[in-house]
Ligand binder design. Structure first.
Ligand SMILES: [Zn+2]
Length: 80
């Protein structure tokens, strides 16, 4: 049980497990590509926050849908 929890420990973004490889971030503005250990943040080159992240060839949206469906549900139902 403890080991399982350890594997599911996430970085500050709440999505990336500590055992995950790096994300590949691609800036949608300047096209700069870089590696990041979390899937939030801004382009280190131009500061734009519109970044396309992939992890092992899978999109950020896919990863969120699989790991944190609560995040999606929260966004849709939050009205207060
Ligand atoms: Zn950029």
């Amino acid at each position: 049980m403890r080991e399982f929890k350890e594997q599911r420990k996430t970085y500050s973004d709440g999505i990336t497990y500590i055992i995950d490889p790096f994300w590949l971030g691609k800036c949608r503005k300047c096209g700069h590509e870089y590696l990041s250990c979390i899937c939030t943040g801004t382009c280190p080159k131009c500061g734009n926050d519109n970044i396309e992240y992939t992890l092992g060839g899978r999109s950020l949206e896919e990863i969120i849908a699989e790991r944190r469906p609560d995040l999606i549900r929260d966004n849709q139902s939050k009205s207060e």
